[in-house]
Design a binder for this molecule. Structure first.
Ligand SMILES: CC(=O)N[C@H]1[C@@H](OP(=O)(O)O)O[C@H](CO)[C@@H](O)[C@@H]1O
Length: 527
């Protein structure tokens, strides 16, 4: 595991010691310089423990950077909220030569991409990098989203599914090339998620991955700011801090020397993805191979956007340069525009699955990161009022500043988008069960539908609890559960491959879990 850094605000030049080294007077003077003296207003009431904790939190805040951060948050928030003014006139759809498609390519081309991806994996040149610093607010859990289990028959969590897909893709590449290879797993956490994630992995024995190949590192935190430009105290002894967005990746890479670690391992290509997509194909050989063969330095996997309000960013051009316009920043009019074919004009939906060469990431961390503009999110931030009462605001009262991981696309020399099928590759877990979309049931259904379909394609038949054969529905209407429950371990099949040998002609009782042992037995049994 790489070195853990303490949370710091914006400046990288002020790696001061933690609280035990800083005095109150020193911290007070620095805060005053930043116009944030109010953060110590309950000092006199605090006991020794809370005082030390508060100093430890405040000491690393670099005064100029803090002042700048608070001022720019208030300024950005004062500008009209919602869609970026004047954006519509600067937008164009992505030019077709920048978009490849898995579903609309012939099988031979797909095979070529896949073969190239496996070749690079077998050469140990591919790593995956998970963005897992988020707080899971919409999902409504207090622990990292990756630890969530959506209620699959196996009870597997998102982290376990991902770990097993890594093991399987390593195995497939190793078998093809008669070698042993590794896909290192870099996991960006935050102050909220580092501790519980590290503990969870240890408790689960790293899901049988070699711990040396699972690298946890931490992104920075930034104070939430009031509309008046004041950092918010969430308790008398604690500043309200939030992770600096998934675009905090680039600073975190530099802070923790992650690219150096990749270089030592010989990694050239990195698949970056966010934690919540239950169907995510880690180190997807088809996507990697496509990007490598097209000479892309930066790529994005995309799906066709389903409806104008869908909360996905759209990949397009702004002033002629490939970029993502986030769902929170596009106007409803622009989002609803249709092209001549009747489909949405801006229909290239970002699924937060990105390809980067290590060289590109190096350029970003060295040259471009400071040019990334933070985005403003206005949120309800619990705070202490002047009398020291804890208040849970009913309306948004605070500003969180976040960078977006995709904002580096504009610096790419050769950006490529790669379209895949939504049913096969995208079902994000964003919301709690009460929401109608992107919730635990929709994620569970998406995975189980896929596995049911793979099993049918491999020639399996399903029986109910009484032994009666269940109807076979290779195509299912949306929002409908498959007639049989079948869950296939990623250790047996990564994307539907190698299933005939164990399923062809077999009659399986629903619910059915195909794990490695079960697969071994079925392979030796007559159907
Ligand atoms: C900053 C960022 O990466 N936003 C991404 C990300 O959205 P969130 O709502 O932040 O989870 O995932 C979406 C896909 O699930 C993607 O469409 C969107 O552009």
């Amino acid at each position: 595991m790489l070195g853990r850094r303490s949370a710091r605000v914006t400046s990288s030049s002020s790696a001061r010691g933690l609280g035990d080294m800083a005095t109150e007077a020193d911290v007070r003077a620095r805060l005053q310089r930043a116009g944030q003296g109010h953060l110590l207003r309950f000092w006199a009431e605090l006991g020794p423990g809370p005082r030390a904790a508060l100093l430890a939190e405040l000491a690393p805040l670099e005064p100029d950077a803090l002042r700048e951060h608070c001022a720019s948050a208030a300024e950005a928030c004062a500008r009209a909220p919602g869609p970026t003014p004047g954006l519509a006139a600067r937008l164009r759809p992505l030019s077709p030569e920048r978009v490849g498609s898995a579903s609309r390519s012939d099988p031979e081309t797909r095979r070529r991409w896949e073969a190239e991806g496996f070749r690079q994996i077998a050469l140990n040149k591919v790593a995956v990098l998970l963005l897992a610093g988020g707080q899971g607010t919409r999902l409504g859990v207090t622990y990292p989203k990756g630890m969530y289990q959506v209620g699959l028959p196996s009870g597997k969590t998102l982290y376990q599914l991902q770990a097993e897909r890594i093991r399987r893709v390593e195995q497939l590449a190793s078998e093809r090339h008669r070698t042993r290879c590794t896909v290192p797993w870099y996991i960006m956490t935050s102050e909220f998620t580092l501790g519980p994630t590290a503990k969870f992995f240890k408790e689960h024995d790293f899901f049988h991955l070699d711990p040396a190949n699972v690298v946890l590192f931490e992104q920075r935190m930034l104070p939430a700011v009031s509309f008046e430009g004041k950092a918010i105290l969430e308790r008398k002894d604690k500043v309200a801090m939030a992770p600096d967005g998934n675009g905090g990746l680039y600073r975190a890479l530099a802070d923790n020397q992650v690219l150096e670690d990749m270089e030592r391992r010989g990694v050239e290509f990195v698949h970056v993805y966010c934690v919540d997509n239950i169907l995510v194909r880690l180190a997807d050989p088809v996507f990697i191979g496509f990007c490598v063969l097209r000479g892309a330095d930066c790529g994005a996997k995309v799906v066709e956007k389903a409806y104008p309000e869908e909360p996905v960013g759209v990949v397009c051009q702004v002033d002629g340069v490939p970029q993502v316009v986030e769902y929170s920043e596009i106007s409803p009019e622009t989002a609803g525009l249709c092209g001549a074919d009747g489909r949405l004009l801006y229909n290239v939906g970002n699924i937060c699955n990105h390809f980067f060469t290590r060289g590109f990431l190096q350029r970003v961390t060295r040259e471009f990161e400071p040019l990334l503009k933070p985005h403003v999110a206005v949120k309800k931030v619990p705070y202490v009022d002047e009398e020291g009462n804890l208040v849970n605001p009913l309306k948004p009262n605070g500003i969180k500043m976040e960078k977006f991981v995709f904002d580096v696309f504009q610096f790419a020399k050769n950006f490529m988008a790669f379209e895949v099928s939504r049913e096969e590759e995208f079902s994000p877990l964003k919301n709690a069960a009460t929401a109608t979309r992107d919730n635990p049931s929709t994620a569970r259904r998406a995975l189980l539908t896929q596995h049911y379909q793979w099993a049918l394609q491999a020639g399996a038949h399903f029986l109910d609890a009484h032994g009666a054969q269940l109807p076979e529905q290779p195509i299912l209407p949306q929002n409908e559960d498959p007639p049989a429950i079948c869950e296939i371990s990623p250790l047996v099949s990564y994307s539907g491959e190698d299933l005939e040998a164990c399923l062809q002609g077999h009659k399986l009782w629903s619910p059915f879990i195909l794990n490695e042992d079960q697969a071994r037995v079925l392979r030796t049994q007559e159907a």
